[in-house]
Write a protein of this length. Sequence first.
Length: 440
Amino acid sequence: MELAALVAVSVLIGALVLLVAVALGKQRGGPKEEAEPREDAAAEKAEGEKHCASKRLKQQPRPRKERPQQHSFSHPLLASSLKGHSGNVTCLDFSSNGKYLASCADDRTVRIWSTKDFADRDHRCLRANVELDHATLVSFSPDSRAFITWLASAETIRVFKMLKKEDGSISFSAAPEDFPQKHKAPVINIGIAETGKFIMTASSDTTILIWDLKGEVLATINTNQMTNSYATISPCGRFVASCGFTPDVKVWEVCFGKMGDFREVVRAFDLKGHSAGVYSFAFSNDSRRMATVSKDGTWKLWDTDVEYKKQQDPYLLRTGQCQVAEPCRIALSPDARVAAISSGCNVALYSAAAGELEEELQGVHSEEIADMRFDINSRFLLTCGDRAIRVFHNAPGHRAAVREMQAMLKNASNEAMRQRLQLQIQEAQAALDSVCTPKD
């Protein structure tokens, strides 16, 4: 009996111990099971915050690409800088009437400037948009009512007409069709003859094409110069000339019949005298003078008013020394008194009469000079290379005019001529004094 009671008590105590152990195990396991969900929640929260931060970062606007700073340049002869293009200006051309300047750039626009505003502080311009492309070259028509462009991507000519509205404003209309693609190498220059009879395009291989105004090829010229470095039409509209790897300039006459029908292209004359390839050349306004610049470090002035059909060769008038570095261009003032030579970003102006250096313009543009022109009145020299067009007073031209008239005054045969020359000298000297201090 006592044994049975003892066993019962032992069983009861064992059951109680078991119950206590189970209870303690549940209490310890409870917090452990709850800790795991908390860790999972913290991980999910951290992942969510990371995703949101990433999303916010993506939604932040991208920083704008800063436009390059406009090149700062100053010089006593700088009349003004034409600023309107948002891309680098690649070509300039003056209208025949002298009222307008056309400029094209890689910003898909051609801008038309008024030349009477050159010396003013404000410079307004008209803008023609080049759809789906940009122009690398531009040339005015003889009537100053249209211009042609060379398209960079399409590699062809597009014609724009300038239309005057009833309110006096001007709009631009592109021709419905561009010229057909014919060149196999990059085109280096285009032009319209002053006669209005033909258009010229020249490429960097050895090809010059003569077109009619409707886009039909009239003739193909092979210059046989290995490469063409420059080509253009003479201001009189009769000749086409080119230079390149060879040390000469070749000139052809584009011949038409009395009824205006195209006849042929014939070789007119050559300019021979350089000892290395010719970089560039330029005509005077009357086509009676030409200037050339060569890799041999010289520039030359030529008298081209010759009877080439009688085998008469051009006369060499002057040879001058100059610094040259590619790209190198030369511009001759319309009155043939000044030769301007660009070399890289610099420009040097020389007296055509003496061959001497008159002015140096250093660091004109932040990029290499792409084009350089005198206005038709020989008052200004214009250059382009970056987004600005620089307009310089042609002080060497004023000095040359004064010197020429002073020489004429010494040989004047009567009093009326002397008085007229003295008045002209005073006017030229006043123009010179207004832009710079005259040199001896």
